[in-house]
Design a protein around this ligand. Sequence first.
Ligand code: HMG
Ligand code: MG
Length: 304
Amino acid sequence: MIPSSVKIVDVGPRDGLQNEKQPVDTAHKVELVHRLQAAGLREIEVTSFVSPKWVPQMADNAEVMAGISRQPGVRYSVLTPNLKGLEAALPTHPDEVVVFGAASEAFSQRNINCSIAESVERFAPVVAMAHENGLKVRAAVSCALGCPYQGEVSADEVEHVVKLMKAIGVDHCGIADTIGTGTPKRVQAAMERALKHFPLAEVSGHFHDTYGQALANIYACLEMGIHHFDTSVAGLGGCPYAKGATGNVATEDVVFMLNGLGIETGIDLDALVDAGAFISGVLGRAPVSRAGKALLARREKAAA
Ligand code: HMG
Ligand code: MG
């Protein structure tokens, strides 16, 4: 039951850039969003309304949101870990907000400075206020396939958080492999738990590619009919509180695979490769995306 179309949320401007130590100009962040929407991305995770002391790179959240020329049909989402974050985000008019919890207690403490139970208590009024304002709420369950502090994370621990998120009324449940240690069967086991509580259309996968497993994990999700994934242009990304974890699976690589499978994404791979080359140039390095690099090399060869 492989789906015929897939929805991709490019989290590059947020997850991709949040971990960058070097300053990235607001104008470059805005241009990245513009290039992604020009390439056909219809969902873009733009920034996060978190503490600038915790994640300085996202301190220009409101400026980035204000700088974007919005394109009809594109949904712009932002992370909001608490009411303070949501109150700051609302005037910037996101279409969706994301609350982010964890399947491991240790990661919850390190990432958002509270226990899993406390985090969900904090998220409840965020969900209610977001809904009052007509916004969709996605939940991210981090460390669903492993934790940098705890080690192994069980499907029971994943389901525990999924149920708590469901109880506070989030609309969507994203299962995140923050450190990229998940492998296909374990990913399917975690996804099964999410699917017990959320419909197929409201379960997504968010895979960091640290161990090179992300495409295989996405394919394992496709086999279950899951058709919604977070990816990051140029393979950017990482969480400041998951040291050593590398970027998200590259959007270019995922689109290349989906094109090969005849699965519709609405994304123009050439324009996407340009967006990846653009942001990688800003950061002073080559794109991490294998497909991106190969297509750039092919272009160079053709031009020579
Ligand atoms: P805290 O220190 O426990 O919060 O942080 P607090 O309520 O005690 O407040 C302390 C200070 O922070 C106060 O300021 C607040 O005003 C301020 P002070 O009085 O000291 O000047 N503050 C805020 N400022 C701006 N925006 C806010 C906000 N809230 C409080 N929203 C908090 C708790 C959650 C804020 C903090 O831990 C934090 O910001 N953490 C951010 C963690 C983060 O962004 N991590 C990366 C994103 S998650 C991720 O990457 C995983 C994901 O990709 C999926 C995956 O791969 O797993 C989603
Ligand atoms: Mg992430």
